[in-house]
Write a protein that binds this ligand. Structure first.
Ligand code: TRP
Length: 449
């Protein structure tokens, strides 16, 4: 269909596709950010708002990304232009920009994770975890591990869809699930752990209508579900069969939520049981890397094993997400510029590695990049994806969805959510976010100077 001579990459199996999509969604965002936001934002009340957004905005948009991908059979950067017309080309550029921007700092955090995992395998937990984190998270050390992580990501993506992405997910995702479930069961046995569950989920109903909770939940859902920049669209472009794409989206979203929720059931009992709650308030990412190991450390020898398991799990989750970010850029180069996959992976990976260096030296820069690209621009991308599918391509998109979902009533519900509900929610949230995003942009520009 694309008219190219060499056959396009494709998944080996349907399960391979789903596992890779879940692998993309489940990442650093699940393991820490979700539980933290929930504990801050009204506990069970946050979880409710989050689930509502996932159902009303996340799943319909993920379905839309799947539809465009499978319909187009080419990279999102080209697909939106060919299907929507020349006016839509900037949306494709935005996707690629988000891929570059997010992976640049994501890989820095993944680099810390890798360092933690390697050190945990070799040594006992350091006695001052705060000082250790300070050492790991900034400067030359951070830059080095960021580069090593990028090389790992490049290697997987260079291996192709079936031999690289699918195989990596097939190995890492089951192990990740196994470790997570073991940790959650272990956490039940902790003294005073119950207080942690209670703290994590204590419902604060007054927050239900709080606008900060709405923005936090929307931002978290977009990032966690890998929406808004064509990542899942790219994955779906390697599909040819006629599965029910809405059902696949539900599967991916629920798995993602399940992992995020379960991670909280590990993190909070540990933090609570060892009286480390005050350390959590200080910084968002830092707490995962400081408070948790400090907790594990109090368990002596056994704690060293748990610490190792935790950071290996986190590393797997990060890697299966990073490859989906790089794949968006690589697919654009392969389909758009006819580069060879391997060259494209090395080239794009190199550019991203360089872009990430400021984030490795400065965590404020990292945070600002996350606020601009990882929150705001993702939702802009999601908004325009909703417009494209809901207003410009609806008949074709509906027909594509119908291949696996013959029920017209259900498809009408989907279309209404994409046309009306998702844009309204996104516009409101984007309006709330303009202030903080502007501050982040100012921060980025100031640093650059
Ligand atoms: N979803 C991943 C996480 O929770 C991060 C991620 C991977 C992502 N691919 C993405 C986020 C595409 C946005 C868009 O950690």
């Amino acid at each position: 269909m694309t008219g190219s001579t060499s056959p396009r990459d494709a998944w080996g199996t349907r399960a391979g596709f789903i596992l890779a999509a879940v692998g993309s969604a489940v990442g650093l965002g699940n393991m820490w950010r979700f539980a933290y936001k929930a504990s801050e934002g009204g506990g069970a009340a946050f979880v409710l708002v989050y689930l509502a957004i996932v159902a009303l905005v996340g799943i319909p948009l993920m379905t839309s990304e799947f539809i465009i991908g499978r319909l187009a059979q080419e990279s999102p950067a080209r697909a939106v232009r060919r299907l929507g017309g020349p006016a839509w080309a900037p949306l494709g550029w935005l996707f690629v920009l988000c891929g570059l921007g997010i992976l640049a700092y994501y890989s820095v955090i993944a680099g810390w994770t890798m360092r933690y995992a390697i050190d945990a395998i070799r040594n006992a937990i350091p006695s001052d975890t705060g000082a250790y984190f300070g050492e790991v998270s900034q400067g030359v050390d951070a830059a080095l591990y960021h580069l090593v992580f990028m090389i790992l990501t490049i290697t997987v993506v260079a291996g192709g869809v079936k031999g690289g992405l699918e195989r990596a997910n097939l190995i890492m995702m089951p192990l990740m699930f196994l470790i997570l479930i073991s940790l959650a069961i272990w956490a039940v046995t902790l003294p005073n752990g119950a207080g942690g569950y209670a703290y994590y989920l204590r419902p604060d109903v007054s927050k239900l209508l709080d606008r900060d909770i709405l923005t936090a939940a929307a931002g978290q859902s977009f990032f966690s579900l890998s929406l808004g920049m064509g990542a899942l669209m790219t994955y779906a472009s390697y599909l040819q069969s006629k599965e029910n794409l809405a059902r696949e989206a539900v599967t991916v979203a629920l798995s993602d939520f399940g992992v995020a929720f379960t991670s909280g059931l590990v993190v909070f009992p540990v933090i609570f049981s060892f009286g480390l709650l005050d350390q959590v308030g200080e910084s968002t990412v830092g707490a995962l890397f400081i408070a948790l190991p400090a907790g594990f450390d109090q368990l002596g020898r056994a704690g060293d094993y748990v610490d190792t398991a935790f950071f290996v799990m986190l590393l797997f989750a990060a890697l299966t997400s990073a490859i989906s970010l790089l794949e968006v850029v690589v697919a654009a180069l392969v389909d758009g510029l006819h580069m060879r996959r391997r060259d494209a992976a090395i080239f794009a990976g190199f550019v991203i590695a360089v872009l990430g260096l400021p984030a490795a030296f400065n965590t404020t820069f990292l945070g600002n990049l996350d606020a601009l690209v990882g929150q705001f621009l993702l939702m802009v991308g999601g908004l325009f994806t909703a417009f494209l599918v809901g207003y410009r391509l609806l008949p074709a998109a509906d027909a594509e969805l119908a291949k696996g979902m013959p029920n017209a009533g259900m498809r009408r519900v989907w279309a209404s959510l994409v046309r009306y509900v998702a844009p309204v929610v996104l516009i409101i949230v984007l309006a709330f976010l303009t202030g903080p995003t502007w501050d982040a942009v100012v921060g980025l520009v100031t640093y650059a100077r």
